[in-house]
Design a protein around this ligand. Structure first.
Ligand code: ADP
Length: 488
């Protein structure tokens, strides 16, 4: 709890766990609002209603907007969970089953779908009477990634510039700069924005939702300090580094937290045995059970290396594939859990044998069991805004071997054998040889220096990965935004 006035925070995102999840965005949109509510704020999490969710009741409140030449009616569904009001926006375009697309590919009208979400978010909160002050005092619109970025523009264009919510401010949370929501110029006309907003959305002649958010938001936050610095350079800026340099005074990096209740090895319902820092015997039982489950040799002395994540170029799965022959020679076991690029899925299937287990699936239960069973978790990302799997790994006593990029740098401290300090190993991002070198260090320590390895395990488990500290930092940035005039 802080002493200052409680805030009203409208968090808008395309994903929110457990209802809709592709990656870490869903975890953050689930947990950050809860952590902010625990600090005494009124938090409303707005997301699409992709499917009928049992927990949310139909408020029968509707709002209508003109977008892309048609009238659209959205319907608000509501649930109050863990101190957070969850509002789900119902509309036929949002409830086709998929989040961004289906087996035929990405939906062709994602500009409409996410403009609708962004346009409806503030209105839904007003409709439901969820303590939104008329003048927007102490009110924050927190837009996550490109899908919600237009909420920062609509706050300015449709509210503040019309004398409504004039004291409200917006924050754009950048979880991944590589995904920007780019659409052709002619789509601008459908967005219900006056022509003078075109330069805000214009990126090289196309409509760019994320760029619009970077231009319109009162403050910007990305999900780790190192990533906040990286995205201001051309190598990681995806064309937006110049703008981000311009807005650097209001751009901060706050590392993500972990839902330490959902990820608790003492109580995790997915695990066959439980453990904590004082008694790690349950972790050995989890490893044995997983080896049995996956028909791997049941042997505590064989190092078990795990990868969990989306199978795409960002995650460096190709680097991991190139390390497979070496891992095989080393006699390690490797389990890969993920879905994504069909080419990578196929290459993974082809390397499977009695030690290498590719599992092409999205399964939270298995992700938890694998993390508990693992000795080493490998995160070979080419870039990584924050990364959650290395936090999950350390919380569960798996030692991370990570690419030295973004949030991985901020959360994994390299092992120093002389000082007996550190929580994992780093290697140069994108460098397959250095990945093998770092994995080699990890396996060598696991086999030859078990006491030192246990030290790494314990230090990772002892760290506080909860949202408490990051949520306090987010609140401070929100108060910064409220203290000054609007940017747009
Ligand atoms: P990103 O957001 O780039 O996908 P993060 O590491 O930030 O990467 O978050 C990924 C989240 O999704 C983690 O909670 C991870 O455990 C989970 N996850 C990724 N792939 C799978 C999978 N195949 N099955 C279950 N959970 C997964």
């Amino acid at each position: 709890m802080s002493d200052a006035a409680p805030l009203t925070i409208i968090s808008v995102s395309a994903e929110v766990a457990p209802w809709s999840k592709v990656g870490g965005l869903a975890d953050v949109a689930a947990a950050l609002p809860v952590a902010l509510a625990r600090r005494g704020h009124r938090v409303i999490g707005v997301a699409p209603r992709y499917a009928p969710y049992d927990i949310a009741w139909d408020t029968r409140r509707t709002a209508r907007f003109g977008l892309f030449g048609a009238e659209h009616e959205v319907r608000c569904f509501h649930a109050r969970i863990d101190g957070v009001d969850r509002v789900f926006i119902g509309h036929p375009a949002l409830s086709r089953g998929g989040i961004y697309g289906d087996e035929h590919g990405v939906y062709g009208d994602n500009d409409l779908r996410f403009a609708l979400l962004s346009r409806a978010a503030i209105e839904a909160v007003a409709l439901l009477g969820l303590s939104l002050p008329d003048d927007g005092a102490d009110t924050i619109v927190l837009a996550h990634d490109w899908h919600a970025a237009l909420a920062t523009v609509y706050l300015a264009a449709r509210y503040r510039h019309h004398g409504r919510l004039v004291r409200a401010r917006s924050l754009l949370a950048i979880h991944n700069l590589a995904h920007q929501g780019v659409f052709s110029r002619d789509r601008f006309a459908g967005l219900d924005l006056e022509e003078h907003w075109w330069p805000t959305l214009d990126m090289g002649g196309d409509v760019n939702f994320l760029k619009a958010g970077i231009m319109a938001a009162d403050r910007l936050v990305t999900v780790s300090p190192t990533y906040a610095a990286e995205i201001r350079r051309p190598e990681h800026g995806w064309g937006l580094d110049g703008l981000l340099r311009m807005r650097a005074p209001v751009l901060d990096g706050i590392r993500n937290g972990l839902d330490t209740e959902a990820w608790n090895p003492r109580t995790d319902p997915y695990l066959p045995a439980h453990y904590d820092l004082d008694d790690l015997s349950g972790k050995a039982a989890c490893k044995a059970a997983l080896q049995r489950e996956l028909s791997l040799a049941e042997d505590p002395t064989v190092p078990l290396v795990v990868f969990i994540g989306r199978l795409d170029a960002q995650k460096g799965v190709d680097l991991l594939l190139s390390a497979v022959p070496w891992l095989r020679r080393e006699g390690a076991q490797l389990v890969v859990l993920g879905t994504g690029d069909p080419g990578l899925e196929q290459r993974l299937r082809e390397v499977g044998d009695d030690r290498i287990r590719p599992i092409i699936d999205f399964s939270s239960a298995l992700a938890h069991r694998l993390t508990a069973a693992a000795d080493v978790q490998v995160v070979p990302s080419r870039f990584e805004p924050c990364g959650l799997t290395q936090l999950q790994a350390m919380r569960y006593g798996a030692v991370p071997v990570v690419a030295a990029t973004g949030g991985l740098v901020d959360t994994v401290q390299p092992y120093d054998p002389i000082a007996d300090q550190g929580t994992g190993w780093h290697f140069r991002a994108g460098d397959a040889d250095d990945l093998v070198r770092a994995l080699g260090d990890a396996l060598y320590t696991f086999r030859q220096w078990p006491e030192a390895f246990r030290g790494l395990v314990r230090r990772g488990m002892a760290r506080d990965w909860s949202w408490a500290e990051p949520a306090a930092a987010w609140e401070a940035r929100m108060r910064d935004a409220l203290a000054v005039p609007p940017w747009a």
